[in-house]
Design a protein around this ligand. Structure first.
Ligand SMILES: Nc1ncnc2c1ncn2[C@@H]1O[C@H](COP(=O)(O)OP(=O)(O)OP(=O)(O)O)[C@@H](O)[C@H]1O
Ligand SMILES: Nc1ncnc2c1ncn2[C@@H]1O[C@H](COP(=O)(O)OP(=O)(O)OP(=O)(O)O)[C@@H](O)[C@H]1O
Ligand SMILES: [Mg+2]
Ligand SMILES: [Mg+2]
Lengths: 253, 253
């Protein structure tokens, strides 16, 4: 089982879009996938057509140890299950700040899984607070979606530093799985330059496959669908299938 | 003096881009402007060419009441001053959580301004935590940059609710100044549909001027420049000049 945290404290770089469509792509290939929405905005939950504001139980109830895991998991499609979120989760940082071992709450909850899926993907909020730290202690790999623009490059070094601190203190297993370039437009010099810079710093950690800028990816959430359900022959669907194939290839190395 | 907080907990919608270029546009019109970077990512600071990681004092020292305001302010251009940020600010949430009246630290610091500028613009992180609350208690208006895509629309209702809670409990003066549509591409149906939806809900709170998607706006930060310094005749520069004109017109009503 691979548990992957999708992180980047820079906002709007494609964390949620990548978590959903990587998950859906792996499910299409026959892998069992569990998606976890760890963002109080509950964008992954809404984007998959789940009414976050009407749900009785969410990931917050799991972290507070009030509800067993099997009651929180939602079947979303074949091979694709979800642990949804809601706005209540924004209270977690304060409510859990005095709990001993508060960084391990998610990891412990996932240990109660009756049946291990092939992949667990965790969508994180755009910050490096308690929720993201819970994802990093539960995960064995980190994927960093990066929008190929200057501001998105800015925070990479502090992001890598945070991962290293978590590796040293909370989770020795944690490794940088890969960096995925998102919203890439080959016509923009800026995008080509930033991708080159990332390749210089991070070498083959950068996925060969880039996710092109594709309006279908921005439209699909409004229909509560994955890219494969919404427009299976779009560039977005093609790129995410290619990233999944590269991901499985990397896992087998 | 108008103090405006640029907020939206949705990431990557153009908060920083809007704060910088609205500020620079108002300065170009002859108004005195103070920009405040309240994001630990320090994107506004970096995007204006200031080396956040090398600065001795930042907004964090101001909030901790360790440094007087006049020592933290940096002159960036004519009529344009900045209170920079740095990564240290990410410690504020924990460090200040037990300080009585922690929500009013920024407001109190700004009361020590020797000379009041015409406008103060505060760039906020993509969350509704203590830093954003400090901005909302110091401000008399809120501007909400919105990327015209589905996910960006999702969080609007919870954002408005947060503003209302702050109005009731911490700052009776706070008003919704306006909503600014960003990264708008007239060719995309999705963008047109979302703008229509916002106009339905919020009426003339939505600025008539939209900020078009324009690669110069994404390139300027890499050069440490405002859009007016980088490409004064680009669509980005034109749109921000138009937003400034509309802003001044609204202020005079
Ligand atoms: N490759 C792409 N092409 C076009 N639009 C995209 C692409 N990837 C993401 N988007 C759109 O860009 C916006 C930001 O993406 P997304 O919400 O996935 O980012 P995020 O990093 O999860 O944001 P946050 O920091 O708020 O959690 C969304 O409106 C999404 O639909
Ligand atoms: N109108 C525009 N046209 C093209 N690119 C834009 C535009 N507005 C913003 N951008 C780019 O989009 C990205 C996100 O913008 P920005 O960083 O200003 O958003 P933000 O809301 O401040 O993000 P965060 O939530 O991380 O603070 C940046 O790379 C920026 O350069
Ligand atoms: Mg997200
Ligand atoms: Mg910003």
């Amino acid at each position: 089982m691979k548990t992957i945290a999708l992180i980047n404290q820079k906002g709007g770089v494609g964390k949620t879009t990548t978590t959903i469509n990587l998950g859906a792509g792996l499910a299409e290939l026959g892998h069992e996938v569990l998606l976890i929405d760890l963002d109080p905005q509950a964008h992954l939950t809404y984007a998959l057509g789940l009414p976050a504001h009407e749900l009785d139980v969410t990931v917050y109830d799991l972290l507070k140890e009030e509800t067993p895991l099997k009651e929180v998991i939602v079947e979303r499609a074949e091979n694709l299950r979800v642990i949804p979120s809601s706005l209540n989760l924004s209270g977690a940082e304060m409510a859990l700040s005095s709990v001993a071992g508060r960084e391990f709450l998610l990891k412990e909850a996932l240990e109660t899984l009756a049946h291990e899926p092939g992949y667990i993907l965790i969508d994180c909020p755009p910050s490096l607070g308690l929720l993201t730290i819970n994802a990093l202690t539960a995960a064995n790999e980190v994927y960093i979606p990066v929008q190929t623009e200057f501001l998105a490059l800015q925070g990479m070094s502090s992001l890598i530093q945070t991962v290293e601190v978590i590796q040293k203190r909370l989770n020795r297993e944690l490794a940088l799985g890969g960096i995925i370039a998102t919203r890439y437009d080959n016509r923009k010099t800026l995008n080509r330059e930033v991708v080159e810079k990332i390749r210089e710093y991070f070498g083959d950690k950068l996925f060969r496959t880039v996710i092109r800028d594709n309006v279908s990816l921005a439209e699909a959430p409004g229909h509560g669908q994955t890219i494969f359900e919404y427009r299976a022959r779009s560039n977005g669907a093609k790129d995410f299938r290619a990233v999944c194939a590269e991901m499985v290839e990397r896992a087998e190395k």
